[in-house]
Structures are given as C-alpha cells and as structure tokens.
Design a protein around this ligand. Structure first.
Ligand SMILES: Cc1cc2nc3c(=O)[nH]c(=O)nc-3n(C[C@H](O)[C@H](O)[C@H](O)COP(=O)(O)O)c2cc1C
Ligand code: SF4
Length: 373
C-alpha cells in the first residue's frame, strides 16, 4: 500500500505472525529523513529514483529483521510506475521472498526476475480474462505464477482493476465467478489446482467471508484497508483515523491520474478536486511533471490524457502519509472494517480473521494464543 502506508513495520509484523506482509515499493524515501534531505525539493528524476531504491532496500532489510524468519516479506510493485523494472530487480536483490504486481499486466515479470528463481511471482488480476492472458504468456516462458491475487474492483481500495469507472461493479469480477472460471482454466491448461494458490482481495472483513472464500476454492485472502489502520501501519495516526472513521457515503470512486479507476475517502481535497474535475479535464494538455519525478509511465496530468485524473498523485498520497487531512488523498476500500473505527494491533486482526473471535471474547482462548505467541 503506497505511498509508504505499508513499509517495514506493518509488513514485518504481519510476516512475524506467519502471514505474508507486503511492502509497497512506491516512493519509500518519504520514510527516510536523510534521503528526503537530499531530494525533498529536487526535480532530478535520476537522483529521486536512486534514493528510492536505497529506501526500498532498507525497508526490506528492516521488515525481514522484524519477521525473524516467520512468514514471508513480499514487495508490491505497480506495473504503471515508471521505475517498475528497477523496483522489481531491487526487491529481488534485497531479499524479498515474493514480488506482487498489479495496476497493469506484468507480462515481462518472468524475464525480469530470471536471476532470482526462488522469488515467488504473484500477479494481481481482477477477472478470468486477465488471468488467462498472463498464464498463457508465462507458460510460453516456462513459468507459472506462484500465486494469483484476485482483486475485486467493486470493494477494493486504491487503483482498481477495471478499465472504466462504470465497469467496477460488473458481475464478471465477483469472487464466485472468477474463482470458478479460473479453476476451469487450470483444468483446460493442465495445471493442478494446488499448483497456484488463489488469494481473494477486496472488502474482506469477517471470518465468515474467509471461510466462504476458502470453500469456493481460494487458498488465502489479502486485506488492505484493515491493515492500513492497524497499530503497526506505517502511516500517521490521522491517516488511520480518516480511513477508520469514514462512513459509507464518504467513500468515492473516481479516475486516477494513472488512467485507472480508484477508491478513496472524500476528504476536503478530493471533494474540491471532484467539483473541478470536468473543467480540469477539458483543459488537459501535455505539460512537464509538476515535481520532476515522472513517477508514472502514463500520467493524465503530465501527458494531457483528458479521461484520466488531473492531479499529482505522488504529492497527494505523500500528504496523506504525513496525516495532512486537508491536502491528502486517502485510499480506502468500500466495505466496513473488522473493528469498526478502532485502531488495533495486527495480531488482533489476524486472530479475528482466522477464528471469528474478537480478542478478549474468551479468556481461556486468549491465554492459549498468548502462550503460543
Ligand atoms: C491506503 C491503501 C493503499 C493501497 N496501495 C496499493 C498499492 O500501492 N498497490 C496495490 O497493488 N494495491 C494497493 N492497495 C490495495 C490493497 O493492496 C488491497 O488489495 C485492497 O485494498 C483490498 O481491499 P480492502 O482494502 O477492502 O481489504 C492499497 C490499499 C489501501 C487501503
Ligand atoms: S505529475 Fe504525474 S508523473 Fe509527475 S510525479 Fe505527479 S503523478 Fe507522477
């Protein structure tokens, strides 16, 4: 979860409890004052990119120290980011056990990671068509994904895997439809069902949902918003309060500058931007990157793509990370959170998802869990 929402503390803690903790690779220098001192006001893309690779390396090493050999530390890299290939290589070199790639089709991931055959490759896809495309392309290169995240754009946070805003609710993205079609695809391609675990993501907040998804053929679930608001989440406390305190009517879907639909909380900046969006889109035209970082392959603001968002996403997400409620962009999923507006430790969240019991429900159970930990 970028920018900086899931860094070493969150990912390391999740991994230390036996799960897979994922660091978002985007613009991690923002967690390192020495790297920000070098680049805070700089428009030198090469310099910003190079310090971001240093930050990614530091975050992976720190997460691995917290994980202490527990579960897995993974790195998420968005295909839409200009330095995607460099982030993938750095993640492998710095000791990530998996790379998880979304926001575009990672058709070239097998080649990029060829020197690191032990790193698990996990694409994030939203429908059976995308899964078929990636599988067939990768099979020609003798590689299969080590797992696939199936993210439903109807419920998820941040960038959504649908081409247009009006598509996010389409029935082809529903978990039962995608899981069934994917298992049929595996049979057609001669892939054993157990060979590629399927990880459902988007809106999961109860133990019941987890059980249902496992019964439908998923092997695991991925959560975003609930971990972002956990005690160990790497963002400012205001960030967590905005996400945890949002009411259903505060959550909006809009076009991101990366040309994909996105979901977040209607905070003052977003409300104001959405009011002016049409006017800004009418005036869209190519211009220089506002901060010289050129973070995206294709940027609606810089490249003058009128259908895309017309704001600098890097700047807005950085404000949110710092807890600037007035100026930030706060990504959030559409569904309720397991603990409502409470901010609780990661351990409580994992226990709740696995058992359905709220920590504190059963003193005997608590004693067992604490003894096991
Ligand atoms: C604040 C925030 C930032 C996110 N950033 C990213 C990201 O950088 N890359 C990505 O693949 N997914 C990102 N996501 C999506 C999550 O990884 C996850 O798949 C999704 O939020 C699941 O839905 P949920 O939030 O309802 O659990 C983000 C989610 C949140 C809440
Ligand atoms: S203007 Fe576009 S490319 Fe430049 S930093 Fe902002 S979002 Fe990235």
């Amino acid at each position: 979860m970028g920018v900086g929402i899931s860094a070493h503390k969150l990912a390391g803690t999740v991994a230390s409890l036996g799960a897979m903790g994922t660091i978002s690779s985007v613009d991690l220098r923002r967690h390192h004052p020495d790297l920000m001192a070098q680049t805070g006001k700089s428009r030198d893309k090469a310099l910003i990119d190079s310090v971001n690779l240093i930050a990614l390396d530091r975050e992976i090493q720190a997460a691995n120290r917290i994980a202490a050999g527990g579960g897995m530390v993974a790195v998420n890299i968005m295909r839409a980011v200009a330095e995607y290939a460099a982030y993938v290589r750095q993640a492998c070199e710095s000791g990530a056990e998996a790379v998880v790639v979304g926001a575009g089709l990672p058709l070239d991931l097998p080649e990029l990671t060829a020197d690191h055959p032990d790193v698990a490759l996990i694409p994030i896809l939203s429908d059976a068509r995308g899964i078929a495309l990636v599988l067939k392309k990768w099979m020609r290169k003798n590689r299969l994904p080590d797992a696939i995240v199936i993210e439903n754009p109807r419920h998820a946070a941040g960038h959504l895997g649908a081409a247009r805003l009006e598509d996010v609710d389409q029935p082809q993205f529903a978990f039962p439809v995608v899981l069934e079609a994917t298992l049929a695809l595996f049979r057609e391609l001669g892939i054993e069902r157990e060979r590629i675990p399927l990880i459902a993501a988007g809106g999961i907040h109860t133990h019941g949902q987890l059980s249902e998804l496992l019964a439908m053929g998923a092997s695991a679930v991925q959560l975003g918003t609930a971990f972002a608001v956990s005690e160990e989440g790497d963002a400012h406390i205001n960030f967590k309060k905005v996400l945890a305190g949002a009411r259903p009517e505060d959550i909006v879907t809009f076009m991101s500058v990366a040309g994909l639909p996105a979901r977040g909380v209607r905070t003052p900046w977003l409300a104001n931007y959405l009011e002016k969006e049409e006017k800004l889109q009418r005036k869209a035209g190519p211009k220089e990157c506002t901060v010289g970082f050129d973070c995206l392959h294709q940027c609606g603001l810089r490249d003058g793509m009128a259908k895309a968002g017309q704001f600098c996403i890097d700047t807005r997400l950085a404000f949110a990370l710092e807890g600037d409620v007035r100026r930030g962009l706060f990504f959030r999923g559409a569904e309720p959170l397991p603990f409502g507006s409470q901010i609780r430790p990661v351990k409580d969240l994992i226990e709740f998802l696995l058992t359905g019991r709220q920590p504190g429900d059963d003193p005997a159970f608590q004693a067992t869990v604490h003894a096991a930990a």
